[in-house]
Design a protein around this ligand. Structure first.
Ligand SMILES: NC(=O)c1ccc[n+]([C@@H]2O[C@H](COP(=O)([O-])OP(=O)(O)OC[C@H]3O[C@@H](n4cnc5c(N)ncnc54)[C@H](O)[C@@H]3O)[C@@H](O)[C@H]2O)c1
Ligand SMILES: C[C@@H](O)[C@H](N)C(=O)O
Length: 343
């Protein structure tokens, strides 16, 4: 089967690899659509993200969906022809975190395209059947693939307890910030503010329904949020840029008693944070790591037309053109590139 393998930083090789055979509890999926995520681009450019280092050739891609072509002997809930979205992180199912239901925090998780585990830029993937979610006819495989970043948005909103009537400030209008906006609206937020440093990103966020956008290179965020909220502050702030000044700004922009959710990964682990403001204003600060139990919700929201994910796709490329696709994905105004296979 054709596979795009990262053999060195900035070097993909198209290899012919053996087609995997599904284990007894697995489905074999013919991959149809795979999103290019910022972390794929980071591995491509730098060969590492923090402590995760690409030491051996690696297949990238963890936002994927396709068609089941074969099922393992124990699989009863899928059959060939089903279209499925693949949840990319499979936990051990036995550790303390898994047993208490926090399977996304499993330290032995096998997460696609995180070294040493291969991802989905390949013709076929064999995957545990219970981490393959059937898509109804009305949901495309491209949408199925984008259940992954949508899941990050849903989990962040759950972590922030976003609810009806809330004003939500989202810092960073990349794919994750935009997916947080979709999830926040679906959770009942009535006012959504997005920030960025790239004008085109903010214009796109406005097109997609942001109530207010703030270019933080030109406008003071505190002042803009205070004006919009009559001096109260946002109920929930979701940080989705990873930029240090943006992380720091969350504390000033949230209302007293409000919630800050940190999603964006800072390039340095230590970011100075005003703890006295956190205490004085009784601000809840939550980390948000990947997601758990979000795929069913994501698919239902898509089937009901409650969220739009396909609208963030800028371009689709073939597996053979993956090098070009990664270069396009690095352009600052591009939100989402996809690789589509139709073997
Ligand atoms: N916690 C998790 O589970 C999780 C999951 C996925 C992604 N992430 C992280 O979330 C962040 C967002 O992901 P993405 O794919 O949307 O990244 P991205 O780089 O495509 O988007 C980030 C956006 O933030 C903007 N930005 C840069 N500096 C800013 C500033 N000072 N203020 C406001 N906006 C600013 C950029 O212009 C860009 O549009 C990244 O740090 C990523 O690593 C975390
Ligand atoms: C969650 C996923 O989108 C993220 N890029 C990760 O690898 O953790």
């Amino acid at each position: 089967m054709r596979s795009a393998v990262l053999v060195e930083p900035t070097e993909f090789e198209l290899q012919d690899r053996p087609r995997p055979s599904p284990g007894p509890d697995d489905v074999l999926v013919a991959v149809r659509d795979v999103g290019i995520c910022g972390s794929d681009v980071h591995y491509y450019e730098h060969g590492r993200i923090g402590d995760y280092v690409v030491e051996d050739p690696l297949v990238l891609g963890h936002e994927s969906a396709g068609e089941v072509v074969e099922v393992g002997e124990n699989v009863t809930d899928h059959e060939p022809g089903d279209r499925v979205a693949l949840e990319p992180g499979v936990p051990c199912r036995r550790c303390a975190h898994c047993k208490r239901g926090d399977y996304h925090l499993c330290e032995a998780v096998r997460f696609m395209a995180t070294p040493p585990h291969d991802g989905a830029f390949a013709e076929y993937v064999s995957w545990p059947a219970d981490f393959a979610y059937e898509l109804p006819d009305s949901v495309s495989t491209a949408e199925g693939a984008l259940c992954e970043p949508l899941s990050v948005g849903i989990h962040a909103c759950r972590r922030g307890s976003v609810g009806t009537g809330d004003t939500v400030l989202i810092t960073g209008a990349g794919p994750i910030g935009l997916m947080v906006m979709e999830a926040a609206r679906a959770a009942g937020a009535t006012d959504v503010i997005l920030t960025d440093v790239v004008e085109e990103k903010l214009a796109f966020a406005t097109e997609r329904g942001a109530d207010l956008t703030v270019d933080v290179t030109e406008t003071d965020l505190d002042t803009a949020v205070a004006e919009y909220t009559d001096g109260v502050g946002a109920d929930v702030v979701v940080e989705a840029s990873g930029a240090e000044p943006s992380i720091q700004s969350t504390i000033d922009a949230v209302r007293r008693g409000g919630t800050v959710v940190l999603v964006g990964l800072a390039s340095e682990a230590e970011v100075p944070f005003d703890v006295l403001e956190v205490i004085d204003n009784e601000i809840d600060v939550h980390g948000s790591f990947r997601y758990k139990n979000t795929y069913d919700a994501a698919i239902d929201l898509l089937a009901d037309g409650e969220v739009d994910v396909e609208g963030i796709i800028d371009f689709e490329s073939e597996l053979e053109d993956i090098d070009d696709a990664f270069h396009r994905a690095m352009e600052p105004t591009v939100v989402k590139g996809m690789i589509s296979l139709d073997s």
